[in-house]
Design a protein around this ligand. Structure first.
Ligand SMILES: NC(=O)c1ccc[n+]([C@@H]2O[C@H](COP(=O)([O-])OP(=O)(O)OC[C@H]3O[C@@H](n4cnc5c(N)ncnc54)[C@H](OP(=O)(O)O)[C@@H]3O)[C@@H](O)[C@H]2O)c1
Length: 286
């Protein structure tokens, strides 16, 4: 029987778990909160409850799993991923896994001025959020190479799916950048991402990076307009970039800093992926 650990078993982790359980795998999920632990129990996922911000290295038994998916985000402050560091330290004490699959983000590329990019694009994160992700990637790679563990890094853009659409923002009438100023944004549907995670764990090749995207980027304003249209909500007002700096939160502004279009050819070819939702319209229809 496969023995699988999903570190940060939330929205995507539970979808991955369901796919693995369907083929008979025994899945354990690491979460921080009691509420999340209850959700895992309901899905018959074994629970490891630990807070990677405070757990000592022996506080949770993370070793003995053949396959580890790592989906916990870095902390929201600083330039490093202390959670990844704590987890890898915990792994140090036992038998290492066969392979680790990590969900990183496309923010590690920084601003590419709207260019199409493949995995050969140099990393150049422009935000602390991006630098923390790159720190996590680098720690994972170094640890895995030291311990003879296979690794796969998935650089993931905006995830959308049931419960993951900006409907509250649209209802609130929060403005968006006028289309001429809006950066390119890339997306992937949650169910396709879950399938990609499983394929990344199963595939023959290892020690590599994949850009994850449905291959149909558009500008961010177009995204909000299409979601509004599909949900029957009014389109949000458009504002210029100078005004956005006054009106939008720093968090929102950080997502407007980078513009790139992600090529997904390597993903589709090497992982043999056929996307269920190859573009936003297909995903929104569902
Ligand atoms: N949203 C996007 O568009 C997007 C884009 C690219 C990448 N990502 C990344 O993709 C990954 C998966 O996303 P998701 O939607 O599945 O995230 P999610 O639902 O928020 O799940 C995150 C999981 O990490 C756990 N976690 C967080 N802090 C922890 C800590 N200190 N110690 C232990 N566990 C901790 C959470 O446990 P509790 O629930 O108990 O706190 C939860 O199970 C995340 O890293 C996310 O940042 C997201």
């Amino acid at each position: 029987m496969e023995s699988v650990l999903i570190v940060g078993c939330g929205y995507i982790g539970r979808r991955v778990a369901a796919r693995l359980q369907a083929r008979g795998a025994a899945v354990t999920g690491l979460v921080r909160s009691a509420a999340a632990a209850r959700g895992l129990h309901e899905q018959a996922i074994r629970v490891l409850q630990a807070d990677l911000d405070t757990a000592g290295t022996r506080a949770f038994p993370a070793d003995g799993f053949a396959d580890i998916f790592y989906f916990a985000p870095p902390p929201s402050q600083g330039e490093t991923d202390t959670r990844m560091a704590a987890f890898l330290k915990a792994l140090d004490t036992g038998v290492p896994p066969r392979r680790m699959v990590y969900i990183s983000t496309s923010a590690v590329y920084g601003d590419c001025q709207g260019r199409w990019i493949s995995e050969t694009e140099p990393v150049n994160p422009a935000t602390p959020r991006g630098r923390r992700r790159l720190d996590a990637e680098n720690r994972l790679r170094a640890w895995a190479e030291d311990h003879d563990v296979e690794w796969i890094i998935l650089r993931v853009p905006g995830i959308y799916g049931p419960g993951k659409l900006p409907l509250d923002r649209l209802r609130a009438g929060t403005p968006v950048l006028c289309e001429a100023d809006a950066p390119y944004t890339n997306r992937i549907h949650a169910d396709d991402l879950a399938a990609i995670c499983v394929a990344a764990m199963d595939c023959a090749g290892a020690d590599t990076v994949y850009n994850v995207s449905d291959g149909h980027p558009s500008n961010m304003t177009d995204y909000f307009f299409r979601v509004a249209d599909a949900a029957g909500l009014p389109r949000p007002p458009e504002i210029a970039r100078a005004e956005a700096a006054q009106v939008l939160t720093p968090g929102m502004l950080s997502f407007l800093q980078d513009s790139r279009r992600m090529d997904n050819e390597k993903l589709l070819k090497e992982l043999g992926i056929r996307l269920q939702y190859p573009d936003l319209d297909a995903g929104l229809k569902s």
